[in-house]
Write a protein that binds this ligand. Structure first.
Ligand code: URA
Length: 219
């Protein structure tokens, strides 16, 4: 059995256990991906994610960073994965990059941070802030997809190339695709630079500013 199948099977079993099953009939592994259902409530989903051990990131995390914000937000930001400060605090974008993201939201979009929703592709910190592997991203992705489904925002903002690539499978460089309106299921997805990249490359802030103005006009 490959690792993705194993992870999906385990996810299903954890879920069944969480909803109270102590015994279940044998599962058909081949069709198992069709059976996985996650709850339609953010609180219940958070409980499951907090107890997730489906990939190796769970071994080194201090806290799961589920995401936070308005559960009815029209606008949802999606980063790559928690950094050291986020791992310590169990909250997304609370370090230096987070402070910049908060300024982008509050000063340019003129929305309170609490009124948007902020999440990540992976919910646990990759050691040394490395990019999440494809396997880690694929394992964690159903949680994000469910969050998006529950929150049902109008606009998704992919922060940086990793977030954009894992959301869309499109490998166009972020410098080319940023600010474009991309279709994501029934939603609008707008990729822009990651705040950490902007901290390292302040000359790119102008482009990110233009992307934010576009987002503002679409809201
Ligand atoms: N970078 C991210 O991609 N996500 C966070 O939550 C923090 C920093």
């Amino acid at each position: 059995m490959d690792k993705i199948k194993k992870a999906k099977l385990l996810k299903n079993l954890y879920y069944q256990k969480w909803i109270g099953y102590q015994y279940i009939d044998p599962i058909n592994i081949e069709n198992n991906h069709k059976n996985i259902s996650l709850p339609n409530s953010l609180e219940k989903l958070k409980e499951i994610v907090k107890n997730c051990h489906l990939c190796d990131l769970s071994k080194t995390r201090k806290n799961v960073v589920f995401g936070e914000g308005n559960p009815h937000a029209k606008l949802m930001f999606i980063g790559e994965g928690p950094g050291a400060t986020e791992d310590e605090m169990g909250r997304p974008f609370v370090g230096r990059a987070g402070q910049l993201l908060t300024k982008m939201i509050e000063n340019v979009l003129e929305i309170k941070r609490e009124d948007v929703y902020i999440a990540n592709i992976v919910k646990c910190r990759p050691p040394n802030n490395r990019v999440p592997t494809e396997e880690e991203a694929k394992t964690c992705m159903p949680y994000l997809i469910k969050q998006i489904e529950i929150i049902n925002p109008k606009i998704l903002v992919a922060l940086g190339s990793t977030s954009y690539r894992y959301l869309t499978n499109d490998t166009t460089p972020i410098s080319k695709i940023r600010g474009e309106i991309v279709k994501y299921k029934d939603k609008i997805l707008i990729p822009t630079y990651h705040p950490s990249f902007l901290l390292r490359n302040p000359s790119k802030k102008k482009e990110a500013y233009l992307d934010l103005l576009k987002i503002k006009s679409l809201l």
